[in-house]
Design a binder for this molecule. Structure first.
Ligand code: 13P
Length: 217
């Protein structure tokens, strides 16, 4: 089911269960992540600093692309990049931001993930870029993230964490796990030196094959 087919209450419930899943699976710790889902002329986003196991549907904040806001709680401190990504990329239906250990370790080292495994292609190209550091919650961070997301569905944020996007919340959650897996694989290789890489041509070949992969629909 895509986010466009869910009503607002279902979207709010889906956001809360994704938050809980994010911590259960270990891709996030505490309340350091945040999630948004496109909703009409705006988005639904997690409130700032509220433990996920205390979150109710009424705590999720609606923010319009025109700056309107609806809800009793303050939105995530990272609302700026969620909003800017949604506005810049109409194909994005949901955004997951988290601080997974392996991806964050690479981001601390200011390292992008190179084409070490063909699965890198699921992010849209031959690398997962690491955006230069900017302070959390700033327009500067949002601009840095948008550049790193050019032609990509995920990126690392220098000295911070990771962003994964998808046309639905389940796709964005799936991608977040895959990015963390690629980060773990890269970290596993590094003690042996920089790994041999796949060519740009092969990554493009994989992208074409992936378009016809699976059960369709
Ligand atoms: P929020 O609790 O405000 O969503 O912030 C957590 C975070 O990830 C900051 O980068």
């Amino acid at each position: 089911m895509t986010s466009a087919t869910l009503n607002s209450i279902e979207k709010r419930e889906a956001i809360i269960s994704a938050c809980l899943e994010m911590n259960r699976s270990g891709i996030n710790q505490g309340t350091s992540g945040n999630i948004s889902v496109r909703d009409g002329d705006g988005m639904l986003i997690t409130p700032t600093s509220l433990p996920y196991n205390e979150m109710t549907v009424d705590d999720i904040v609606w923010m319009g692309f025109d700056g309107a806001r609806n809800g009793g709680r303050r939105p995530s401190s990272e609302w700026q990049f969620h909003l800017d990504i949604m506005m810049a990329k109409p194909e994005v239906g949901a955004i997951v931001h988290a601080h997974p250990t392996a991806a964050t370790t690479l981001s601390i080292m200011e390292k992008s993930i190179p084409p070490l495994h063909y699965m890198i292609a699921i992010c849209g190209g031959s690398d997962i870029r690491c955006a230069p550091y900017a302070t959390f919650g700033t327009k500067e961070l949002s601009e840095s993230a948008l550049k790193a997301l050019d032609g990509r569905s995920a990126c690392l944020l220098g000295h911070h964490g990771m962003i994964a996007t998808g046309n639905s919340l389940s796709k964005a959650m799936w991608l977040a796990v895959e990015v963390e897996t690629l980060a773990k694989q890269y970290l596993g290789c590094l003690p042996f030196g920089e790994p041999p890489l796949l060519s740009e041509e092969e990554i493009q070949n994989v992208i074409s094959r992936m378009a016809g992969y699976g059960h369709g629909g």
